[in-house]
Design a protein around this ligand. Structure first.
Ligand code: ATP
Length: 314
């Protein structure tokens, strides 16, 4: 007998308009169970809209959205039993951690499971703070309370909207380590971010959204394969950046914080050809030229620029 594998999340042809604003444009996403799926995009790309639709907080115009095989529109209440959601929103500041979680437990009919709050506080290292008012917590502690809230129902799927927003590097690494451990316990994680460097450390799969369209998607290893097809160069001197960006093999060209030109080119162009074109076509005065490692961040920016050149996004 053939085994049917049900996806944790299956989105097909999903579109969403806010009045005249097209927030999502025919997006397709498939999150297999057990994966850590990074949903990446710049501000305003459509990440929060997608997540709110997934948890039944927003209606959508067209398409299909399924969680563990069930259409969200048809069973919004049942779906909430399977999903822990961390919204990109403030927690109730005047409540203590314990009172806040007790309310969530009551709303989810968990009052019979008295230990669930202690268990989750323990897991997130919040036991000693349980009576502390939320307004008196640090950002990192508040984010852990948000995660505790999402985990309270012991859901098989976590949907986390920017779990690292506003955290310092150490707190961010702690959250990522925690998510990795949760994934090891078998929880599927769908998380958004606009900081690609961090997600690339833990994600098994990645989708990049820009202006409501998915412009890149795949296993992290596949995307890293694409990275290897690109080369990054660091140049000092003077360049006409607009002319360089228009070379057909250039996927991104920007000035970094050290004032160097940072160029990502597709792998089929040789260094000699690039140098020649820079001198002849962009009237460059080059002081230094070296190659550097590419990252998912380069691919992310490069994909957006390539789609802009193709006219897919503006
Ligand atoms: P960020 O990283 O800044 O949180 P995002 O990727 O989560 O951004 P969304 O919040 O989903 O992006 O917004 C997608 C688009 O929809 C944006 O153009 C935004 O301005 C628009 N938008 C979001 N919510 C509303 C709303 N309630 N009414 C009108 N437009 C909205």
């Amino acid at each position: 007998m053939e085994r049917v594998i049900i996806s944790a999340i299956e989105i097909q042809d999903l579109s969403k308009n806010y009045g005249s604003i097209r927030a999502l444009d025919s997006i397709q996403i498939n999150v297999t169970t057990g994966s850590i799926y990074g949903y990446l995009g710049p501000n305003g790309a459509g990440k929060t809209t997608t997540m709110k639709i997934l948890v039944g907080l927003l209606h959508y115009q067209s398409g299909s959205v399924k969680i563990f095989g069930q259409e969200v529109k048809k069973a919004p209440n049942e779906i909430r039993n399977y999903v822990g959601f961390l919204p990109d929103a403030e927690l109730p500041q005047n409540s203590s951690i314990e009172r806040f979680l007790t309310l969530t437990a009551k709303m989810n009919n968990l009052t019979g499971r008295k230990n669930c709050i202690s268990e989750v506080l323990n897991k997130l290292g919040l036991s000693k703070l349980r009576n502390r008012k939320i307004s008196n917590l640090s950002r990192g502690q508040k984010q852990r309370v948000g995660l505790a809230n999402a985990l309270l129902t012991d859901p098989p799927l976590l949907i986390l909207d920017e779990p690292n927003r506003g955290l310092d590097p150490i707190a961010r690494m702690k959250v990522l380590a925690l998510l990795k451990n949760l994934a090891k316990e078998g929880i599927t994680i769908f998380l958004s971010s606009h900081i690609i460097g961090e997600i690339e450390k833990i994600a098994t799969d990645i989708a990049i959204i820009h202006q409501g369209k998915i412009i890149e998607q795949g296993k992290r290893s596949e995307l890293q394969g694409q990275i290897l097809e690109h080369k990054r160069y660091l140049i000092t001197g003077e360049l006409d950046i607009k002319k360089v960006a228009n070379f057909n093999y250039i996927s991104s060209c920007k000035i970094d914080c050290l004032g160097r030109y940072n160029i990502v080119a597709s792998g089929n162009v040789t260094e000699e050809q690039l140098l020649l074109d820079l001198i002849q076509e962009a009237n460059s005065r080059i002081k230094s030229f070296s190659s550097a490692e590419t990252s998912l961040e380069d691919l992310f920016l490069g994909s957006i620029n390539e789609k802009i050149k193709e006219g897919v996004v503006i």
